[in-house]
Design a protein. Structure first.
Length: 290
């Protein structure tokens, strides 16, 4: 009899201990959920118990939810900014179009027609580049990579710009070697085109543009250097931003989308681009991993 009572007391003690432990773990889990909902996802103090396993799964679930929420918020902000940018950038050409169409109705003049054509071309160019930049930024575009020679891409772009180079009496110094790797020829041609166009646009007449294509220990490299004015080290981080135009852009045609598109294309190839200043020269350095 005494033995039975002792056994019952031991069983009750074990049950009481397990009940107290269970209640404590439930309270801890409840407190943990409250903290996790506030964004405090701590994964410390985990062991092999079932509650630790539940905590681990809960961490993964809540973290995935947070990542999704951040992504949605980021996309929402991008869309909001893009709409604001479109509204701002299209306002001037649309206003000019409305003005000169009204003037044309009252007094037909050839110069009004030419201005309307110019504003329409500008608006078309803006929309096309906005579409490109938004497609690149939102990952709608999937690159179609094939083994291509970066040297040949650069040469093809320079042939296209030959008339402009002659017009401004700009010489090009080339130091190019074969660099064959997987790339999307169409989109990388777009990036090189924008970099060469940028160099020609801001180079003074009679100057020289230096272009290099070479293979280093870790990368395939493309560099383009040209003379420029009114640029400072402080402005360099901004030049790849969408619609950024510095002081030296005031008298130049452009929308401030070219270098933004270049950066998006380069990064989609797994590469990097940076700009550096050396006295009155700016150099853009692009590298693609081997």
């Amino acid at each position: 009899m005494e033995l039975l009572v002792i056994v019952l007391m031991v069983v009750l003690a074990i049950l009481l201990y397990r009940d107290i432990t269970l209640r404590k773990e439930i309270r801890d889990l409840s407190s943990y959920i409250d903290e996790a909902l506030k964004g405090k996802l701590e994964n410390s103090n985990l062991d092999e118990s079932e509650f630790s396993k539940i905590k681990s799964k809960l961490i993964k679930f809540l973290y995935a939810g947070q990542v999704k929420e951040i992504k949605l918020r980021t996309e929402k902000n991008k869309t909001k900014d893009l709409i604001a940018d479109i509204s701002h950038q299209t306002k001037t050409p649309i206003t000019n179009l409305s003005l000169y169409i009204s003037l044309l109705e009252d007094e037909p003049k050839e110069e009004y027609i030419e201005i309307i054509k110019y504003e329409l071309d500008k608006l078309k160019f803006l929309i096309e580049n906005l579409v490109k930049s938004s497609r690149l930024e939102s990952d709608i575009i999937v690159l179609q990579k094939n083994p291509e020679n970066l040297k040949e891409v650069v040469n093809e772009v320079l042939i296209e710009f030959k008339p402009k180079l002659i017009e401004k009496d700009i010489k090009t110094y080339l130091a190019c070697e074969d660099c064959i790797f997987y790339l999307d020829e169409r989109w990388l041609t777009e990036a090189i085109h924008n970099l060469v166009d940028n160099a020609i646009k801001y180079s003074p007449d009679g100057s020289t543009i230096n272009i290099s294509v070479y293979k280093s220990y870790l990368n395939y490299n493309f560099e383009i250097e040209n003379e420029c004015k009114d640029l400072s080290e402080e402005t360099l981080p901004k030049i790849f931003e969408r619609f950024y135009r510095g002081q030296n852009s005031v008298s130049k045609d452009g929308l401030g989308l070219g270098l933004f598109i270049v950066r998006e294309i380069i990064e989609k190839h797994g590469g990097n681009i940076k700009a550096s200043l050396d006295k009155n020269k700016i150099k853009f350095s692009v590298d693609f991993p081997l």
